[in-house]
Write a protein of this length. Structure first.
Length: 172
């Protein structure tokens, strides 16, 4: 499993769709897997009250996917916003249990992300807040990759899609 991380609105789903099309690798959204197991969705403001509980639902869904034996991409986050809009790191134990083969972290200009999120969710977000969130995501992704001893590539938007695809192709 390749973990594809990044902040909300960075383009993880679009990127995973490209990979699915070009490489034939199934892609799953952590949010959707959690929603399916939990049988409830998330709010458009992306704040999450029960971060640790949701990770248990995610791990249950991943165990089920792994039992099928095929490689896949998992689109998710390293950090989330709690109910008080504080940036919270997802437990290191979650990533240990997920045991990804590699990490791809998608990044983008925070103004671009703010525009996408407004168009998609109709919720306004300050570019500065998104930039802080993205920096926290980058920092923690590097830390997790180091602790797990797995490769990490940080993708900077659409400029390096082909390089990132080759990175993934070499890990599957």
């Amino acid at each position: 499993m390749i973990f594809v991380g990044g902040v909300h609105g960075v383009g993880k789903t679009h990127f995973c769709s490209l990979l699915k099309e070009r490489l034939g690798i199934p892609a799953y959204s952590a949010s959707q897997l959690i929603s399916d197991v939990k049988q409830s969705g998330f709010s458009p403001d992306k704040r999450v009250a029960d971060i640790d509980e949701n990770q248990m639902y995610l791990l249950e869904a991943i165990d089920n996917l792994r039992s099928k034996g095929s490689e896949f991409l998992l689109d998710g986050h390293f950090c989330l916003l709690n109910a008080d809009s504080e940036i919270i790191r997802i437990s290191e134990n979650t990533f240990i249990r997920l045991n990804p083969d590699a990490i791809v972290l998608i990044t983008e200009n925070s103004d671009v992300i703010a525009k996408r999120r407004f168009e998609r969710d109709h919720v306004e977000h300050k570019a500065d807040d998104i930039a802080r969130f993205q920096e926290a995501e980058i920092s923690y992704a590097r830390e997790i990759a180091g602790k797990l001893g797995i490769p990490l590539i940080v993708s900077y938007g659409s400029n390096d899609v082909n390089e990132t695809i080759e990175f993934i192709r070499g890990r599957m």
